[in-house]
Write a protein that binds this ligand. Sequence first.
Ligand code: SF4
Length: 283
Amino acid sequence: MEIIVGKYSGFCNGVRHTVEEAKKVLEENSSVCCLGEIVHNERVIQDLEAKGMRTIDSIEEAKQGEKVIIRAHGERKEVYDRAKEKNLEVIDLTCGRIQVIRTKISSKKEDHSIIIIGKKNHPETLGVQSFSGKDAKIIEELEEIEPCLEEIKKRGKKKIYIVSQTTFNEEKFEEIANKIKKEWPYEITIDKTICDATSKRQEETKELSKKVELMLIIGGKKSSNTKELEVISKKNCKNVYLIQDKEDLKEINTKNYQKIGIMAGASTPENVVEEVISYLKDE
Ligand code: SF4
Protein backbone atom coordinates (compact mmCIF):
# COMPACT_ATOMS: atom_id res chain seq x y z
CA MET A 1 0.00 0.00 0.00
CA GLU A 2 1.36 3.40 -0.95
CA ILE A 3 0.38 6.36 1.24
CA ILE A 4 0.89 9.90 -0.09
CA VAL A 5 0.50 12.72 2.41
CA GLY A 6 -0.03 16.24 1.06
CA LYS A 7 2.81 18.57 2.01
CA TYR A 8 0.35 21.39 2.73
CA SER A 9 -1.62 19.14 5.05
CA GLY A 10 -2.59 20.33 8.55
CA PHE A 11 -2.23 23.48 10.64
CA CYS A 12 -1.82 26.73 8.74
CA ASN A 13 0.31 29.45 10.34
CA GLY A 14 -2.74 31.33 11.60
CA VAL A 15 -4.19 28.33 13.44
CA ARG A 16 -0.76 27.28 14.77
CA HIS A 17 -0.22 30.79 16.16
CA THR A 18 -3.68 30.83 17.78
CA VAL A 19 -3.25 27.45 19.45
CA GLU A 20 0.26 28.22 20.68
CA GLU A 21 -0.76 31.63 22.05
CA ALA A 22 -3.79 30.09 23.78
CA LYS A 23 -1.49 27.57 25.50
CA LYS A 24 0.72 30.42 26.73
CA VAL A 25 -2.30 32.36 28.04
CA LEU A 26 -3.45 29.23 29.89
CA GLU A 27 -0.03 28.75 31.48
CA GLU A 28 -0.01 32.31 32.77
CA ASN A 29 -3.67 32.71 33.83
CA SER A 30 -6.09 30.69 35.88
CA SER A 31 -9.30 32.00 34.39
CA VAL A 32 -9.53 31.86 30.59
CA CYS A 33 -12.40 31.32 28.18
CA CYS A 34 -12.68 31.23 24.40
CA LEU A 35 -15.62 32.66 22.53
CA GLY A 36 -16.78 29.84 20.24
CA GLU A 37 -14.68 26.83 19.27
CA ILE A 38 -11.05 27.98 19.15
CA VAL A 39 -10.59 25.96 15.94
CA HIS A 40 -13.00 23.50 14.35
CA ASN A 41 -11.27 20.45 15.71
CA GLU A 42 -12.49 18.51 18.74
CA ARG A 43 -9.06 17.15 19.70
CA VAL A 44 -7.53 20.62 19.87
CA ILE A 45 -10.47 21.91 21.92
CA GLN A 46 -10.33 18.97 24.34
CA ASP A 47 -6.60 19.46 24.81
CA LEU A 48 -6.99 23.16 25.66
CA GLU A 49 -10.03 22.55 27.85
CA ALA A 50 -7.99 19.99 29.81
CA LYS A 51 -5.52 22.82 30.48
CA GLY A 52 -8.33 24.96 31.93
CA MET A 53 -9.89 26.82 29.00
CA ARG A 54 -13.68 27.23 29.04
CA THR A 55 -15.54 27.45 25.72
CA ILE A 56 -18.44 29.90 25.77
CA ASP A 57 -21.10 30.59 23.12
CA SER A 58 -21.76 34.24 23.84
CA ILE A 59 -19.77 37.16 25.24
CA GLU A 60 -22.53 37.48 27.88
CA GLU A 61 -21.27 34.23 29.43
CA ALA A 62 -17.78 35.63 30.15
CA LYS A 63 -17.16 36.24 33.85
CA GLN A 64 -15.58 39.36 35.33
CA GLY A 65 -11.80 38.92 35.59
CA GLU A 66 -11.75 36.13 33.02
CA LYS A 67 -9.52 36.55 29.96
CA VAL A 68 -11.53 36.15 26.75
CA ILE A 69 -9.79 34.64 23.73
CA ILE A 70 -11.01 35.62 20.27
CA ARG A 71 -10.20 32.77 17.92
CA ALA A 72 -8.37 32.79 14.55
CA HIS A 73 -11.57 33.49 12.54
CA GLY A 74 -12.13 36.74 14.44
CA GLU A 75 -15.44 38.05 15.71
CA ARG A 76 -18.10 40.58 14.80
CA LYS A 77 -17.43 44.20 15.74
CA GLU A 78 -20.42 44.21 18.13
CA VAL A 79 -18.70 41.50 20.18
CA TYR A 80 -15.57 43.63 20.69
CA ASP A 81 -17.79 46.60 21.58
CA ARG A 82 -19.79 44.56 24.07
CA ALA A 83 -16.62 43.17 25.69
CA LYS A 84 -15.43 46.75 26.16
CA GLU A 85 -18.73 47.77 27.73
CA LYS A 86 -18.45 44.85 30.13
CA ASN A 87 -14.81 45.71 30.96
CA LEU A 88 -13.58 42.31 29.84
CA GLU A 89 -9.97 41.69 28.90
CA VAL A 90 -9.90 40.41 25.32
CA ILE A 91 -6.97 38.45 23.89
CA ASP A 92 -7.50 38.85 20.18
CA LEU A 93 -5.96 35.94 18.29
CA THR A 94 -7.65 36.79 14.99
CA CYS A 95 -5.33 35.74 12.16
CA GLY A 96 -3.31 38.68 10.78
CA ARG A 97 -4.52 37.95 7.25
CA ILE A 98 -8.12 38.45 8.30
CA GLN A 99 -7.21 41.68 10.08
CA VAL A 100 -5.65 42.90 6.82
CA ILE A 101 -8.95 42.27 4.97
CA ARG A 102 -10.84 44.29 7.60
CA THR A 103 -8.39 47.18 7.19
CA LYS A 104 -8.66 47.12 3.39
CA ILE A 105 -12.43 47.18 3.58
CA SER A 106 -12.47 50.02 6.10
CA SER A 107 -10.42 52.14 3.71
CA LYS A 108 -12.77 51.41 0.77
CA LYS A 109 -16.21 51.45 2.34
CA GLU A 110 -16.81 55.20 2.05
CA ASP A 111 -16.96 55.25 -1.76
CA HIS A 112 -17.36 51.56 -2.66
CA SER A 113 -20.07 48.96 -2.25
CA ILE A 114 -18.42 45.98 -0.58
CA ILE A 115 -19.06 42.38 -1.64
CA ILE A 116 -17.60 39.47 0.32
CA ILE A 117 -17.57 36.18 -1.58
CA GLY A 118 -17.82 33.50 1.06
CA LYS A 119 -20.00 31.30 3.22
CA LYS A 120 -22.97 33.21 4.60
CA ASN A 121 -22.88 31.78 8.11
CA HIS A 122 -19.15 31.48 8.58
CA PRO A 123 -17.83 33.43 11.59
CA GLU A 124 -14.97 34.91 9.54
CA THR A 125 -17.31 36.23 6.83
CA LEU A 126 -19.75 37.64 9.37
CA GLY A 127 -16.87 39.23 11.27
CA VAL A 128 -15.44 40.87 8.14
CA GLN A 129 -18.91 42.05 7.13
CA SER A 130 -19.42 43.72 10.51
CA PHE A 131 -16.31 45.84 9.96
CA SER A 132 -17.52 46.96 6.53
CA GLY A 133 -20.58 48.88 7.59
CA LYS A 134 -24.07 47.47 7.43
CA ASP A 135 -24.38 47.62 3.63
CA ALA A 136 -21.72 45.02 2.78
CA LYS A 137 -23.14 41.99 0.97
CA ILE A 138 -22.11 38.35 1.18
CA ILE A 139 -22.42 36.19 -1.95
CA GLU A 140 -22.05 32.43 -1.70
CA GLU A 141 -23.84 31.23 -4.85
CA LEU A 142 -24.06 32.44 -8.48
CA GLU A 143 -27.84 32.98 -8.31
CA GLU A 144 -27.37 35.56 -5.56
CA ILE A 145 -25.48 37.92 -7.89
CA GLU A 146 -28.42 39.46 -9.73
CA PRO A 147 -30.51 40.53 -6.70
CA CYS A 148 -27.35 41.75 -4.99
CA LEU A 149 -26.34 43.99 -7.93
CA GLU A 150 -29.91 45.31 -8.22
CA GLU A 151 -29.78 46.37 -4.59
CA ILE A 152 -26.37 48.00 -5.01
CA LYS A 153 -27.63 49.94 -8.05
CA LYS A 154 -30.53 51.31 -6.01
CA ARG A 155 -28.16 52.56 -3.33
CA GLY A 156 -26.23 54.59 -5.86
CA LYS A 157 -22.55 53.77 -5.07
CA LYS A 158 -21.16 52.80 -8.46
CA LYS A 159 -17.76 51.43 -7.46
CA ILE A 160 -17.61 47.85 -6.17
CA TYR A 161 -14.83 46.32 -4.09
CA ILE A 162 -14.80 42.52 -3.83
CA VAL A 163 -12.94 40.39 -1.28
CA SER A 164 -13.19 36.72 -0.36
CA GLN A 165 -13.38 34.56 2.72
CA THR A 166 -9.80 33.33 3.28
CA THR A 167 -10.78 29.66 3.04
CA PHE A 168 -13.29 29.87 0.19
CA ASN A 169 -13.10 27.53 -2.80
CA GLU A 170 -10.82 29.21 -5.34
CA GLU A 171 -12.63 27.99 -8.49
CA LYS A 172 -15.98 29.09 -7.10
CA PHE A 173 -14.55 32.49 -6.18
CA GLU A 174 -13.30 33.01 -9.76
CA GLU A 175 -16.66 31.95 -11.17
CA ILE A 176 -18.64 34.34 -8.96
CA ALA A 177 -16.20 37.26 -9.29
CA ASN A 178 -16.02 36.95 -13.10
CA LYS A 179 -19.80 36.89 -13.40
CA ILE A 180 -20.11 40.02 -11.27
CA LYS A 181 -17.48 41.70 -13.44
CA LYS A 182 -19.41 40.80 -16.59
CA GLU A 183 -22.69 42.12 -15.25
CA TRP A 184 -21.55 45.32 -13.53
CA PRO A 185 -21.14 48.22 -15.98
CA TYR A 186 -19.10 50.46 -13.67
CA GLU A 187 -15.74 50.33 -11.86
CA ILE A 188 -14.99 47.14 -10.00
CA THR A 189 -11.95 45.97 -8.00
CA ILE A 190 -11.51 42.25 -7.38
CA ASP A 191 -9.21 41.50 -4.47
CA LYS A 192 -8.81 37.74 -4.14
CA THR A 193 -8.07 37.51 -0.43
CA ILE A 194 -8.09 33.72 -0.33
CA CYS A 195 -5.17 32.81 1.90
CA ASP A 196 -2.24 31.22 0.04
CA ALA A 197 -2.23 28.41 2.63
CA THR A 198 -5.76 27.63 1.40
CA SER A 199 -4.98 27.92 -2.32
CA LYS A 200 -1.90 25.70 -2.08
CA ARG A 201 -3.78 23.12 -0.06
CA GLN A 202 -6.71 23.10 -2.50
CA GLU A 203 -4.42 22.85 -5.54
CA GLU A 204 -2.44 20.00 -4.02
CA THR A 205 -5.68 18.21 -3.05
CA LYS A 206 -6.90 18.48 -6.63
CA GLU A 207 -3.72 16.95 -8.05
CA LEU A 208 -3.38 14.30 -5.36
CA SER A 209 -6.99 13.15 -5.66
CA LYS A 210 -6.44 12.51 -9.39
CA LYS A 211 -3.62 10.08 -8.65
CA VAL A 212 -5.02 7.89 -5.87
CA GLU A 213 -7.72 5.22 -5.44
CA LEU A 214 -8.78 6.41 -2.00
CA MET A 215 -8.61 9.95 -0.67
CA LEU A 216 -8.80 10.60 3.07
CA ILE A 217 -9.53 14.13 4.20
CA ILE A 218 -8.81 14.62 7.89
CA GLY A 219 -10.50 17.40 9.82
CA GLY A 220 -13.41 18.55 11.92
CA LYS A 221 -16.88 18.05 10.43
CA LYS A 222 -17.67 21.73 11.05
CA SER A 223 -14.48 22.98 9.41
CA SER A 224 -15.29 24.94 6.26
CA ASN A 225 -11.84 24.57 4.69
CA THR A 226 -11.87 20.81 5.36
CA LYS A 227 -15.25 20.41 3.66
CA GLU A 228 -13.89 22.26 0.63
CA LEU A 229 -11.10 19.68 0.36
CA GLU A 230 -13.73 16.94 0.34
CA VAL A 231 -15.68 18.72 -2.44
CA ILE A 232 -12.52 19.16 -4.57
CA SER A 233 -11.46 15.52 -4.10
CA LYS A 234 -14.87 14.18 -5.06
CA LYS A 235 -14.53 15.78 -8.48
CA ASN A 236 -11.47 13.63 -9.19
CA CYS A 237 -11.66 10.50 -7.08
CA LYS A 238 -14.48 7.97 -6.56
CA ASN A 239 -13.58 7.06 -3.00
CA VAL A 240 -13.36 10.07 -0.73
CA TYR A 241 -13.93 10.07 3.04
CA LEU A 242 -13.88 12.94 5.48
CA ILE A 243 -12.63 11.53 8.78
CA GLN A 244 -12.05 13.24 12.13
CA ASP A 245 -9.38 10.81 13.30
CA LYS A 246 -8.21 7.18 13.06
CA GLU A 247 -11.37 5.94 14.81
CA ASP A 248 -13.41 6.77 11.71
CA LEU A 249 -11.15 4.47 9.64
CA LYS A 250 -12.79 1.46 11.27
CA GLU A 251 -15.80 2.08 9.00
CA ILE A 252 -13.67 2.01 5.82
CA ASN A 253 -12.12 -1.05 4.24
CA THR A 254 -8.75 0.57 3.54
CA LYS A 255 -7.11 -2.78 2.69
CA ASN A 256 -8.94 -2.71 -0.66
CA TYR A 257 -6.80 0.19 -1.91
CA GLN A 258 -3.22 0.21 -3.14
CA LYS A 259 -2.73 3.95 -3.37
CA ILE A 260 -4.10 6.26 -0.66
CA GLY A 261 -3.92 10.05 -0.54
CA ILE A 262 -4.10 12.01 2.71
CA MET A 263 -4.85 15.68 3.13
CA ALA A 264 -5.73 17.45 6.37
CA GLY A 265 -7.59 20.72 6.94
CA ALA A 266 -6.04 23.86 8.40
CA SER A 267 -7.21 23.05 11.94
CA THR A 268 -6.03 19.44 12.08
CA PRO A 269 -3.05 18.86 14.39
CA GLU A 270 -0.06 16.82 13.20
CA ASN A 271 -0.50 14.05 15.77
CA VAL A 272 -3.97 13.23 14.38
CA VAL A 273 -2.49 12.86 10.88
CA GLU A 274 0.34 10.71 12.23
CA GLU A 275 -2.11 8.43 14.04
CA VAL A 276 -4.04 7.91 10.80
CA ILE A 277 -0.83 7.06 8.91
CA SER A 278 0.32 4.57 11.50
CA TYR A 279 -3.15 2.93 11.58
CA LEU A 280 -2.97 2.48 7.80
CA LYS A 281 0.55 1.08 8.02
CA ASP A 282 -0.54 -1.43 10.68
CA GLU A 283 -3.35 -2.55 8.44
S1 SF4 B 1 -6.19 29.80 6.52
FE1 SF4 B 1 -4.88 31.61 6.25
S2 SF4 B 1 -6.19 33.30 6.89
FE2 SF4 B 1 -7.14 31.46 7.70
S3 SF4 B 1 -6.29 31.24 9.76
FE3 SF4 B 1 -4.97 30.07 8.39
S4 SF4 B 1 -3.29 31.48 7.82
FE4 SF4 B 1 -4.99 32.70 8.66
